[in-house]
Design a protein around this ligand. Structure first.
Ligand SMILES: C[S@@+](CC[C@H](N)C(=O)[O-])C[C@H]1O[C@@H](n2cnc3c(N)ncnc32)[C@H](O)[C@@H]1O
Length: 213
């Protein structure tokens, strides 16, 4: 699909936002939905694993999992502002040598990347129009597990997303948020050889963790 998603996403996530998210993370730890991913991954009992974090933002997932579960990380992100904060935080924690930071739309460069044991996408599918392409490429890169969070298909989020996108159009900002069909995402991952092993819900976010069968 022709899409300048990387450029659009890059300008949607500013340096100020990225710095503010890192400050919040340092003060309060991972966000609630991120904690659900961390718990699901830790429950798998893996050690010395390789992680591919797609759209990892300030890198909360790998900052945490490098403490006990993973030893090598590839962090691909379309936002240079987030990557900058993630890199600085990784260095501050002494993890710098274990993380490969790549600035790109993951779907554009997926074929050049090696597989990993675990693939994570925390609040990423909702920023990307073509969830099939994104999830298929993510699934193909996972040897063991894939965990992701996405907005729930509820009436209040449908309204909120419509309003959000309406204001984006008014501002002439091409960035959009997407409420992708959960049933279709689930079916796609099953076709790729995964089974869902956990599903947890918050008010906005849902976390699903899949394991390769
Ligand atoms: C809402 S932020 C979430 C960041 C982080 N995962 C978190 O939960 O705090 C979405 C992130 O996904 C990234 N992103 C969206 N689509 C992407 C794609 N196709 N390839 C790489 N990164 C992508 C954005 O650049 C952004 O950093």
């Amino acid at each position: 699909m022709p899409c300048n998603c990387c450029e659009i996403t890059d300008s949607a996530f500013s340096e100020a936002e990225a710095r503010a998210e890192l400050r919040t993370y340092r003060k309060r730890g991972p966000a609630h939905q991120t904690k659900l991913i961390l718990e699901a991954i830790r429950a798998l009992g893996l050690k010395h694993a390789e992680l591919l974090d797609v759209g990892g933002g300030i890198g909360a997932i790998h900052h945490e999992l490098l403490e006990d579960v993973v030893h090598e990380v590839t962090h691909v992100d379309a936002s240079s502002a987030y990557l900058k904060e993630a890199r600085e935080e990784a260095a501050r924690r002494g993890h710098g040598e274990h993380v490969n930071f790549i600035h790109a739309d993951f779907t554009d460069i997926a074929s050049e990347l090696p597989k990993a044991d675990i693939v994570t996408l925390d609040r990423v599918v909702c920023c990307y129009p073509d969830f099939r392409r994104l999830l298929k490429a993510s699934a193909e890169h996972s040897r063991r597990a894939l965990a992701f969070t996405y907005p729930r298909e509820t009436w209040y989020l449908r309204i909120a997303f419509r309003i959000g996108n309406f204001f984006q159009r008014l501002r002439k900002d091409p960035f959009r948020i997407f409420l992708h069909p959960v049933v279709e995402m689930d079916a796609l991952l099953k076709r790729e050889g995964f089974e869902r092993i956990s599903l947890r819900r918050l008010f906005v976010w849902e976390m699903a963790c899949y394991q390769r069968v």
